[in-house]
Design a protein around this ligand. Structure first.
Ligand SMILES: *Cc1c(COP(=O)(O)O)cnc(C)c1O
Length: 360
């Protein structure tokens, strides 16, 4: 069986060695006689899996001690609400950067709890770039500043971490966490749905500075309270055990690869190859300003949109799946997360060249 290259934005490809190991351990994890999905989350077997996963993640990202790592459910979309519920801490407003579809959703959800102030917006530029530091209108009164370092739909990534002084920085890193090294100490809170670059859907990672939790809005349900999850080691209720285990296998795969420096080098090369192919052609185009181009999600259009469906059908026949752009943007999008091998980029670039030569 040859596996196709799947360019889906999420759920996305998982590293093949991770899938093989999960297969080998499926019926009998480490002589336990059980599949991980059958284990008690409080039993010693699963506790060891959970602890190892957290230790490996901490190691990969060099997460400082005063940060808690939470393994939650509910997706990044739940975090749009949990962030204001937990981090407003008596303040009436928070700053938000409006840079694309996902930040818009975060802003809409924050309105249920506070008055989000738009510290910068690139909507007038059709979300084709990340704002620069000198464009940010920061408020000293803001409870936090929320932004989306990588806008998955528009393919826009911040080249630098915004500087917010003493105001805690909150980042939705769903489609970029673990793609390269990160200075976690610059952030108050980082969250990410797992299904892009971490593991399977159903798991949501939260990395939060300890001093920011424990003062949720009055009436916050237990399941939405970071403090309760932190106090219970993410086991206040049944956590997504199998997804946690698979994420752990991904972390150990990354460590074996040489960590995030090594991963970043591969990702840099993959993205550079694809953008170079687009830029070298008059048939393909990417609308994003070069300094803000995403390493993970590469949208592109064909000079003649009438050829879109033929392009997609040909790609599929060549084993290149899910290249259709998001319905809100159209065109194509290649999501090239950590698990996409460099050979997948080569295959895509070859297909694009051949399509242009014969149909362009
Ligand atoms: C996919 C995505 C989301 C939504 O994630 P869910 O887990 O489906 O809630 C939010 N933000 C970004 C940046 C994403 O890429």
């Amino acid at each position: 069986m040859t596996r196709p290259y799947n360019f889906s934005a999420g759920p996305a490809m998982l590293p093949e060695p991770v899938l093989r190991r999960a297969r080998d351990e499926m019926l009998d994890w480490h002589d336990s006689g059980m599949c991980v999905a059958e284990m008690s989350h409080r039993g010693k077997e699963f506790m060891s899996i959970a602890e190892q996963a957290e230790a490996d993640l901490r190691d990969l990202l060099a997460i400082p001690e005063q940060y808690r790592v939470l393994f939650l459910q509910g997706g990044a979309s739940s975090q749009f609400a949990m962030v204001p519920m937990n981090l407003l801490r008596g303040r009436a407003s928070a700053d938000y950067l409006n840079t694309g579809s996902w930040s818009k959703k975060a802003i809409a959800e924050a309105k249920r709890f506070c008055t989000p102030a738009i510290a910068a917006s690139t909507e007038a530029d059709k979300f084709s770039r990340a704002p620069e530091q000198n464009e940010l209108k920061l408020s000293a009164e803001a409870a936090y500043l929320h932004y989306t370092p990588n806008e998955t739909i528009e393919g826009v990534e911040f080249p630098e971490i915004p500087d917010t002084g003493d105001v805690p920085l909150v980042a939705d890193m769903s489609s970029t966490l673990l793609s390269r090294p990160l200075d976690v100490s610059r952030f108050g809170l980082i969250y990410a749905g797992a299904q892009k670059n971490i593991g399977p859907a159903g798991l949501t990672l939260v990395i939060v500075r300890e001093d920011l939790i424990g003062e949720p809005l009055t009436g916050t349900p237990a399941m939405f309270d970071y403090g309760i999850h932190a106090k219970n080691g993410s086991m206040y209720n049944t956590p997504p055990t199998y997804a946690w285990y698979l994420a752990g296998l991904v972390f150990s795969w990354l460590k074996e690869l040489g960590g995030l420096e090594a991963m970043a080098e591969i990702n840099r090369r993959k993205a550079a190859k694809l953008y170079a192919a687009i830029d070298a052609s008059a048939f393909y185009a990417n609308p994003v300003e070069p300094r803000s181009r995403s390493w993970m999600n590469v949208p592109f259009t064909l000079a003649d949109p009438n050829l879109d469906s033929e392009f997609l059908a040909g790609a599929k026949a060549a084993g290149l799946l899910t290249l259709k752009g998001h319905r809100s943007v159209g065109g194509m999008r290649a999501s090239i997360y950590n698990a996409m091998p460099e050979a997948g980029i080569d295959a895509l670039v070859n297909f694009m060249r051949e399509f242009e030569r014969t149909r362009g």
